[in-house]
Structure formats: C-alpha cells, structure tokens
Unconditional design. Structure first.
Length: 170
C-alpha cells in the first residue's frame, strides 16, 4: 500500500473569548495570520463635559469570531490574548446570524446586546431600590418586569423593572 497523506480538516468557525479589552488586538493578530475573522464594532458617543467623543467599540465585549483549520488552532493562542476558542456547532445558522449582525452594524442604527429572556427565567435585580432581590421573568415577549414569589400564599408580586436591571441566574 502507498503512503496515505493525512486528511486536513476543513476550516471551522470558532468563538474566541478574549481577555478583557483585547478584542481589537486579537482582531489584528487574525488579520496578520490571514485567518477569516469578524469583530462586530459599533459607534459609541461619550460626553465629557461640553465635549463629545465618538469611538468604536466591540458589539460583543470579549468575543471575536474566526475561521481556522483545526490543526492551526494553536496560532490563536500565540500572543496570550484569548482565554479559549470554542467551535461553532451549527455553522449555517451562525453564518446567517453573523450576516444579520453585519447588516445591523453597518446600518448606523444604535444597537446594544440584550440578554435573551425566557418566561420563568430566574433573575436577580442588580440596581435600584430592589438591588439583590430575586424573581422570575414574567413575559419576555412583552416584558413588564419580574414576578417575586410569596410561596406560602401561592401568590406572586409583579414588579415592573427595566430588563437592563436584571442579571440572569443559573
């Protein structure tokens, strides 16, 4: 039998979790290495007294998406900029969603990350007078706040809160 050449796996998309504030450095590294990659950026405006500054920031802080051959995966760790690289499980869905993200980012419209809330999801209040209180999401389609249980009465209290005051609990 003749020698069999090793099969090199097709490039795969990975979600690269970067170290804090290393997204742009990692994006530059992927550019230099020649890997397909995507770092969604959005415009942010900050006001400092009477001055206004505009800058770009990552839409998903701490994440860059890159497409690499599995045998070259070690190249993403060469500058100690990332914590881990996780393979994307469903690439067709991922690619469609990334196209949607690109469309949103290029639209000029304001966009912000928002947790996916499901009815009954356990949450903790992280701001305001109810800080530390725990409850459950009432209705993610038309969110009105959280429901706090009073088990002994088999009742719940609906408290209206903005969703950005809630932290998802495991």
């Amino acid at each position: 039998m003749g020698k069999h050449l090793p099969d090199f796996a097709e490039p795969r998309w990975f979600v690269c979790h970067t170290k804090p504030r290393c997204e742009k450095k990692f994006d530059d590294l992927m550019q230099r290495e020649g890997f397909a990659h995507y770092l969604p950026l959005v415009q942010s405006v900050r006001r400092y007294g009477t001055q206004k500054k505009t800058f770009t920031k990552p839409l998903f802080p701490g994440y860059v998406f890159t497409r690499i051959e599995p045998e070259r995966k070690t190249r993403v760790y060469q500058q100690d900029l990332i914590v881990r690289a996780l393979p994307v499980e469903n690439e067709p869905v991922f690619l469609r969603q990334m196209e949607e993200v690109k469309t949103i980012c290029s639209s000029g419209l304001e966009a912000a990350v928002h947790p996916l809330m499901k009815k009954g999801r356990h949450v903790r209040v992280v701001g305001g007078p109810l800080h530390g209180l725990e409850g459950y999401v009432d209705d993610p389609v038309n969110p009105q706040g959280i429901v706090v249980s009073v088990d002994v009465l088999q009742q719940g209290l609906l408290v209206r809160l903005p969703l950005d005051c809630l932290q998802l609990l495991p």
